[in-house]
Design a protein around this ligand. Structure first.
Ligand code: ADP
Length: 478
């Protein structure tokens, strides 16, 4: 493309320079012919005037020679009678010259009695000449003036040489200029091509830097905006893919966890059923104990499945639609009462801290679930004689904070951030012993998120833990 453009440019300029040159040379030679004819005519007029003034042919032609020519040019003057006899010639003895009646210019003048010009070879002087013959009625003679063609043809030749030199120079100059020009013209195109190539190699950050205000500039701008759009979309797609992969990973981890969690109680149940079946246990009390264990494991399975169902239900919701107005402080008392037996069993006391009426708008069932899970944990992971404090307070921006504080074993700092993850337990066997599923806090966190809220844990090992859940549920008029 670059080469073609350069050759094309050189050809165009070559053509235009040579046509101009040829025309120039043609018109110049035409012009110089005209000028020389005028010179010959003036010389002829002057010669005749000098004759009129009484000068002889020789004197008159000498005067003409000094007026119209210099040493390098010989102005030839010939006086011819109307019958063609040469009466005088300033360059040849007239007597030696043949009759000129048949000379083309003389012939033409004698037939028209006017003026005639002719370019031809002179037999007398053996040179190419320009002739001008004019008939003068007063003299009844033809005066023929002439100059050698080579006198002014040399000028034309000189012009041709100059022209050839100029043409060569112009071509060289042009080749250079066109090289630089086309290079500059095509540079952005090359840049565009390279950018497109590297983009096809999945490099979307590539941009072209062309600032011209022409079509190429517009093309580059369009290319850049396309690249930008593509980069953005590819980036989004990559992010989506990463998220999808993460989700996939989470899902398969969850399935693996669930299967594992289900397997433990099931194995235990089957073990006890087998033992009872083969009849080796005869002691009624032991048999009763085995059945009791089977019942506990079955209850654990039931709890696990209901927690999983609850969790997946909350996860699938954007917002809770089953909203109702109720007093949160009353719910706190209800939950305390509900778990009072369990607390007593473990020698733990529940203290609902004094609080005003707290009207809220939420699903009573889900808020109750939060409270049960937190208070249940606070009892389970407490020490005998320990206490559980429950409190709910109003916070700015229609937020309600629920705090459940215990004087239990606490959570080591390295586990604190992870207790809200599914199936995460600090002490697996202890949790199992307590009938935990490892999903309680995960459910709390998901419900909090459903109400634009947060769930955080603070703890000090050996001193106790505080769980704070903030929810956007306050239903007051301010
Ligand atoms: P689990 O069914 O095991 O109780 P949770 O999701 O409710 O599952 O809790 C996750 C883990 O966090 C528990 O196994 C326990 O190790 C720890 N944990 C939760 N609440 C408390 C608490 N009040 N005090 C100490 N540890 C707690």
């Amino acid at each position: 493309m670059l080469k073609k453009l350069q050759i094309f440019l050189v050809l165009i300029v070559l053509l235009s320079i040579s046509t101009t040159g040829i025309f120039c040379i043609y018109f110049l030679s035409q012009y110089s012919d005209k000028m020389n004819e005028q010179l010959l005519a003036s010389a002829s007029e002057l010669f005749v005037r000098e004759i009129d003034d009484g000068y002889g042919y020789k004197e008159a032609s000498d005067i003409c020679q000094t007026v119209f020519a210099d040493e390098s040019v010989n102005l030839r003057i010939t006086v011819i009678a109307v019958d063609g006899v040469v009466l005088y010639d300033n360059q040849q003895a007239a007597s030696t010259m043949e009759n000129h009646a048949d000379r083309q210019e003389v012939k033409a003048v004698l037939s028209s009695f006017g003026t005639a010009t002719k370019k031809r070879h002179s037999a007398t002087l053996d040179a190419d000449m320009l002739y001008l013959a004019r008939y003068y009625p007063d003299l009844n003679q033809v005066i023929r003036t002439s100059i050698p063609l080579k006198f002014y043809q040399a000028g034309v030749q000189k012009l041709q040489t100059t022209f050839a030199v100029v043409l060569t120079g112009a071509v060289i100059l042009l080749a250079g200029v066109s090289y630089i020009f086309t290079k500059r013209l095509t540079r952005p195109l090359f840049e565009l091509r390279n950018a497109a190539k590297s983009m096809s190699g999945a490099n979307y950050s590539v941009r072209v830097h062309v600032n011209s205000h022409d079509e190429v500039g517009a093309l580059s701008a369009a290319f850049n905006s396309m690249a930008e759009q593509l980069e953005k979309e590819v980036h989004e797609l990559e992010e989506k893919n990463v998220r999808l992969a993460e989700l996939q990973q989470m899902r398969s981890e969850f399935v693996a966890n669930v299967s594992h969690e289900l397997k433990t109680p099931l194995t235990s149940i089957r073990g006890f059923v087998d033992t009872l079946r083969n009849g080796s246990i005869e002691d009624k009390a032991v048999q009763e104990r085995f059945l009791e264990i089977i019942d506990i494991e079955a209850e654990r399975l039931h709890q696990l499945i209901s927690d999983i169902l609850q969790l997946s239900e909350i996860e699938g919701m954007e917002t809770d639609l089953e909203l109702q107005k109720f007093d949160l402080s009353a719910l706190l008392d209800d939950v305390a009462t509900l778990l009072d037996d369990k607390a007593t069993e473990r020698h733990v006391s529940i203290i609902v801290e004094d609080c005003e009426n707290l009207p809220v708008l939420a699903s009573k069932y889900r808020i109750k679930q939060i409270l049960i899970n937190l208070v249940d944990n606070a009892i389970k992971y407490n020490k005998p004689g320990g206490r559980v404090y429950i409190r709910a307070t109003r916070e700015p921006d229609k937020m309600i904070a629920i705090r459940v504080k215990d004087t239990g074993e606490g959570i080591p700092a390295e586990h604190l951030a992870r207790v809200f993850e599914r199936f995460y337990r600090v002490d697996k066997s202890h949790s199992r012993e307590m009938g935990g599923t490892g999903l309680g806090l995960s459910i709390v966190k998901h419900i909090a998120q459903l109400y634009d809220g947060t769930a955080v844990a603070e703890s000090q090992e050996g001193v106790g833990s505080t769980f704070t859940v903030r929810l956007h549920i306050a239903d007051d008029l301010d």
